[in-house]
Write a protein that binds this ligand. Structure first.
Ligand SMILES: Cc1cc2nc3c(=O)[nH]c(=O)nc-3n(C[C@H](O)[C@H](O)[C@H](O)COP(=O)(O)OP(=O)(O)OC[C@H]3O[C@@H](n4cnc5c(N)ncnc54)[C@H](O)[C@@H]3O)c2cc1C
Length: 294
């Protein structure tokens, strides 16, 4: 199948993009890396009259650090999340999750902002913005506003972006000296979307975990933060009984549904197994010294 004929507009600036959006009267869609949009057009799941290419807009590019926050431009490609020294140093959880995002060819074009704007619940990075307490910089014709990752993912492919708004950058608190992080996912084959994926970041005082944020992908219609499991491990040594309590508490955080590939009970079981493994890793002070693999 081929995409319906559309008009192509290349925006050089945010203003260009908003003008084009207004001219198309909403019958349009922004194009970033195209790795989700182009297949969707080809399958005619979407058939906009106008495609507005935002991939050249300078304001959406670059990675920079100020004070305790790393600003990652929306057009940062998944491949850069693997290679950027700033990502590895200041937000290592994203570096750890990056090898699990699709395949090299898709990572070369797909963008960090694109995956967050799309909000596929099976995608790794949107869930990790919850773990990292990220904040989104969003531009509209009337200016810039910000929104926390908590509350941004509303429903399946539905976010806090208003029609016509553009995600400009993602602001992430930088990794602290007493922080540790882990990510892993269970998938049928490497490169497939996860059956269940999880990332955790916590702050320690010696071997005692002070607090942690935990988020899952592929367990619901949105990425999900596991607040009950977080509460079960806060201010604790990560001993086996504490980890078991967090696994039990996960029942109050997740309510997966059956689908044709995996039953709800199996997904819940795998989520608990994954959480247990990751908390075990997190309990070891050397967990940040382990290599990460592309
Ligand atoms: C075979 C295959 C396997 C994949 N596997 C995975 C995987 O395992 N994990 C994973 O996370 N992803 C996976 N993906 C998706 C991939 O990561 C996409 O790159 C990503 O979801 C979308 O990013 P993009 O830049 O390509 O966005 P596009 O495809 O260009 O756009 C996607 C949507 O987001 C909107 N959009 C994009 N950027 C912005 C912005 N800055 N502001 C507002 N709206 C915007 C577009 O209008 C569009 O609606 C896979 C894709 C394919 C084809």
């Amino acid at each position: 199948m081929k995409a319906r004929a559309f008009k192509y507009v290349r925006a050089e600036t945010l203003e260009n993009a908003f003008d084009a959006y207004a001219e198309a009267d909403g019958d349009c869609v922004y194009l970033a890396g195209g790795q989700s949009l182009v297949p969707s057009l080809s399958l005619r799941l979407q058939a906009p009259a106008v495609l507005i290419d935002i991939s050249r807009i300078e304001a959406l590019k670059g990675i920079s650090k100020s004070a305790d926050v790393l600003r990652v431009g929306a057009l940062t490609r998944h491949a850069e999340m693997l290679t950027s020294p700033d990502i590895a140093r200041y937000v290592p959880l994203l570096r750890r999750a990056a090898p699990y995002v699709a395949h090299p060819a898709i990572r070369n074009k797909g963008t960090f902002g694109g995956t967050i704007a799309l909000a596929d619940p099976a995608a790794e990075f949107p869930a990790m913005t919850l773990t990292l307490d990220a904040e989104f910089e969003i531009a509209g014709p009337d200016g810039i506003r910000t929104m926390k990752a908590d509350g941004f993912f509303k429903d399946l492919f539905d976010t806090g972006l208003e029609p016509g708004e553009i995600l400009v950058a993602i602001h992430i608190p930088v990794f602290g000296a007493n922080d540790r992080c882990v990510f892993h996912e269970l998938a049928r084959r490497r490169g497939d979307y996860a059956i269940v994926g999880c990332g955790i970041q916590g702050t320690f005082d010696g071997d005692r975990l002070l607090s942690a944020r935990i988020a899952f992908c592929s367990v619901a219609s949105t990425p999900v933060r596991a607040r009950h499991a977080e509460a079960a491990i806060a201010n604790q040594m990560l001993l086996p009984e504490v980890i078991a309590a967090a696994q039990a508490a996960l029942g109050d955080d997740l309510d997966p549904e059956d689908n044709e590939e995996t039953s709800a009970a199996m997904r819940m079981h795998l989520a608990r197994v994954l959480l247990g493994r990751l908390l075990g890793q997190l309990s070891r002070a050397d967990c940040m010294l382990e290599g990460v693999h592309a």
